[in-house]
Design a protein around this ligand. Sequence first.
Ligand code: ADP
Ligand code: ADP
Ligand code: MG
Length: 584
Amino acid sequence: MPKIAVVEKKKCHPVACGGHLCAKLCPVNRTGKDCITWYEDNKAKIDEQLCTGCGICPKRCPFGAISIINLPEELSSRPIHRYGRNGFHLYNLPVPVFGKVVGLLGQNAIGKSTVVKILAGLLKPNLGGDDDATFDQLADYFKGSEAQGFFEKLKEKKIKISYKPQQVDAIPKMYKGNVRGLLTKVNETERIDEVVDALDLKNVLGTDIKDISGGELQRVAIAATVLKKANVYFFDEPSSYLDIKQRIKVSKFIKSLADENTSVLVVEHDLIILDYMTDIIHIMFGKPGVYGIVSLPKVTRNGINIYMEGYMRDMNMRFRGYSLRFDPRPSVSKEGLPALTSWEHITAKLGNFSLKAENGTVNIKKNIGILGENGIGKTTFVRILAGVLKPDTGEIAEKVKVSYKPQYLDSSSTDVVASLLGDAVNKYENQLIKPLDIEPLLLRPLNELSGGELQRVSICYCLAQDADLYLLDEPSAYLDVEQRLIISKVVNDVAEQRGCSVMVVDHDLMFIDYLSDELIVFEGVPAKCGEAKGPFDMEEGMNLFLTDLDITMRRDRETNRPRINKPGSRMDQEQKEKNRLYYS
Ligand code: ADP
Ligand code: ADP
Ligand code: MG
């Protein structure tokens, strides 16, 4: 059986474990051979040939940095790529299909961006060796498969690629000037006005790149990608920072790119959007940070259901020990639950923006989802409830103790995670630390965490405070599907066990649906005025919200997950006639 030994360098702390504990314990080392030694950076180095797979080092490493994996027999033993010896291994590749939007679905650190970079020609695969593979080696490796054709065409320059990277935050560092300047510079088409229109960028054309919001930056990046003349487009996480209205708009736009000469590949964690945007998907599974395997293509609906189930029939492979069952929250009657806080006739003016909230009540043990466009006052409202901001009129009836996780996380501190969390590490071991997988991060400095790691730590920190009301502003950002579902479970448990309330602002509708008992819906005009309505029960709130979006949704027969109806389909029309836009 093919065996790989991977050391996740970020997790390896060769001094804190007492000095290369793995090497001290290794039975092969004890016979005088050099199975486990170390690299120049002092991190563990494992010789895959000498390793017997005894299982002692992965079990005993206090930081879980080592994985010795016996791969499934049917994998061709050579990976497509590995990041150096004892580094992450990638197996198989998806192939772009002309006329289709292909999706890539998998956990964080399972290799999705690596796949995209290889196909986009930005990363030369090494086929598991120490050097880049040549085009001929690749052609030989893929002989007889669809990928062979793809790499041959790439070599002959018959395929031209355009790529939107995952990290749009890097763009302001690379380009100085306004939005119009950037788009004009990259433009190779006649479509600039059409693209600006489709992505709602008219109002920001004159704005400096360094001053635009995250959601605007994302749409500028998508526009720039599309304005390059190409026949294969890659979008790595295009929905980040976008509100739901923009996600749907962007999805329609990306869908419209695929034709007989053009193919599109997207990585996406918002399952409703992935479902809506793609025709087929590849599932990626394996062990995050260690190895990733790309599945054969599946029709999207079926593929997402397989992903949630955690079992792949065609490979007879269970890749997760449990299924991500999607059970909608039972509707609990509000009667009898005491009110935690309420508000009346709130107004506030900030610059050109005015906020209004007539009246509403938050009951204890209730999770309230907050939905609305970017720039419509959600964060402002949350800050008023938290007492950080004083409204111009109206008041909050009951001053409650609030713990608040802001939307933008501060990552400048060099403190380690353990010192930020303090005694919460022991106090909430089962409620927070274990489910949020914080343990491996404890010794890491905050400024070295990835977006998803920092998000988990921030959520943990917020929920570890003593409070009556917890406010989480966009907790799903940077998290993968599994992590989003875990967060919603953790939030439910915290509300239930501590008898507190939780309010969550988010743009992932499935996440909100999974987590909320009630909804607050924002209406208005972004950057001008916004009004908070509700809390409503789920059905009423979703109906109000979806009316504005002009879409209807149903639940999937097998998994109960929410799906967007095809516009104009029978279901879409029927639900609109009955005015039941939400999952009837
Ligand atoms: P995803 O996009 O699914 O989150 P990536 O493809 O970005 O995953 O990364 C997969 C794994 O490869 C991660 O563990 C990451 O740390 C590792 N990795 C990515 N780039 C490099 C690199 N240049 N050198 C070493 N390891 C890397
Ligand atoms: P959301 O959270 O829904 O995206 P926000 O509450 O952050 O929206 O912002 C609503 C509007 O108020 C935005 O147009 C924003 O630019 C504006 N705004 C927020 N804070 C201030 C402030 N301190 N001064 C002036 N304008 C502000
Ligand atoms: Mg990625």
